[in-house]
Write a protein that binds this ligand. Sequence first.
Ligand SMILES: [Zn+2]
Length: 324
Amino acid sequence: MNCGCLHTQFSSAPFSHSKGRNACLKSDLLKHGTRQGLSSLDSLKSSCTTLSRQLNSRISSGRLTYVKVLVIKCSYPQNADPPRYYSKKEKKPFPIPIVELRRAARERLKKSKTQPRGPVPPPKRGLVVQRLIPVACTVLNARITLINNLKKLLKVMPLNACKWCSEIHVGPVGHPFKSCQGPQASVRRGVHEWGEAVLEDMLVPVEAYHLYDRLGKRISHDERFSIPRIPAVVELCIQAGVDLPEYPTKRRRKPIIRIGKKEFIDADESELPDPDPEAPKPEIQVEIPDSEIVPPSNEQEMALLAERTLQAWEEMREGSKRLM
Ligand SMILES: [Zn+2]
């Protein structure tokens, strides 16, 4: 019987003792637990040392008849258990229990009934927020800069990607650590299968449906392949006010008129002056085709390019957060 684990793990350790003779053991342990409080790590360490010594002497003298499990819980944050690993088949529990969410929603509804309703925000009325149009342009340009720069960097920096999971490794050969959790990882004993990485390994494509009218009817199941899907960031920018000729979208200049809970009609915009076609349009960059990519010539240029790429990434993230 190994009781040495009590020294190091403080978690759970099975141990045995005879029923009649060692009945005092449990009370001894409890006494130790309550007397020393088990509140701090030091007190826990000292109590556990005493505890295992007592066990050794008792067990060596007595007959082993049944197994008792002792669980010592330590509230010290450093010793907290790591989060449980859930396999892909298992459903993760909600971070906040569903009952709590429902209760909070009921309370919110109760509160909102007593308070006067505020004005409806422009997106719900079918309009774009004017002050966010420049942000949307910046985000779209930052995304294109990011893609172009990453393509250039890929020409000079070796990058490996696992064929089974989302892990990537910068360097001529992939790392040897057995941390793969992709399909059939157990067959490969967690070893990654490295191959040459492409842009999509770094910038994982996330797509969204492109909607002509954002307030229009919901996309039905039958329409799922007929409606085009574009990168989600691009769609976000379009809905925030960037006009791309290849993805037309409906722009309203007057708020919609609601005639029911889910029904509405467009306001009459005939008396409004036509939009000026000569008005300056924000400049949108273009993606460089793969064949025309020019890699940085020296290390200094490469470092500068890498810095600009990171800036573009941050710009895209911050802007997207603001738009959402
Ligand atoms: Zn892998």
